[in-house]
Design a binder for this molecule. Structure first.
Ligand code: SF4
Length: 189
């Protein structure tokens, strides 16, 4: 009898801090158990930058703050059967979305960049330039949650979610038994 094939999983960090990927590694020794069920394709965990084939699950850390994030997220939607947004940045924009709160200015993005690179109290930028290399991806007007850009199938809340929550969710999903998070999984006190 042939062994059932392993589920293919891809992961990516968009506008995130990689803390959610660290949380995936917090699964610790249960990763060995998980690796019997899954194989990683495109992911910082494999250092593979492109999909080698269609994946069953795509895990997205971070929201969309620039055009490259949007391109990558759409690529994940095209290449993955199920998309999971992991962490508050992917679900709501998180910390990077603090810049969305600058509403009073006519040019909120420019004001934000000027404070970050030129006028901020602790900035020592002798060039007085805002980085504008053509290789840099164009920033979006705001930071967007993943669900504003593509359909997201599941969300794992937390900043970052615990390794336990991630492991339990993935195990149940792979077994076809995931029916949502219990109260104990989404309280942060
Ligand atoms: Fe980092 Fe928290 Fe955002 Fe995850 S949710 S990428 S841990 S800031």
């Amino acid at each position: 009898m042939t062994e059932p094939r392993k589920a293919r999983v891809a992961t990516v960090s968009l506008a995130g801090c990689f803390g959610c990927h660290m949380a995936i590694l917090d699964i610790d020794e249960r990763l060995i158990e998980l690796m019997k069920l899954v194989e990683f394709d495109r992911s910082p965990l494999t250092d593979m930058k492109t999909f080698t084939r269609r994946c069953d699950i795509g895990i997205i850390e971070g929201g969309c703050c620039n055009e490259e994030n949007v391109h990558v997220l759409r690529d994940f939607r095209r290449n993955c059967d199920v998309l999971i947004a992991i962490g508050q940045c992917a679900i709501m924009g998180g910390l990077p979305a603090m810049r969305n709160a600058i509403m009073h200015s006519d040019a909120p993005l420019r004001e934000c960049l000027e404070e970050a690179y030129i006028t901020g109290r602790y900035i020592r930028n002798t060039t007085h330039n805002i980085p504008n290399d053509p290789a840099l991806p164009l920033l979006l007007d705001q930071v967007y949650p993943c669900s504003d850009v593509v359909q997201i199938d599941y969300q794992i809340p937390g900043c970052a979610p615990s390794g336990d929550v991630i492991f339990n969710m993935l195990s149940q999903l792979l077994a076809g038994r995931f029916h949502g998070f219990g109260h104990e999984n989404i309280r942060f006190d």
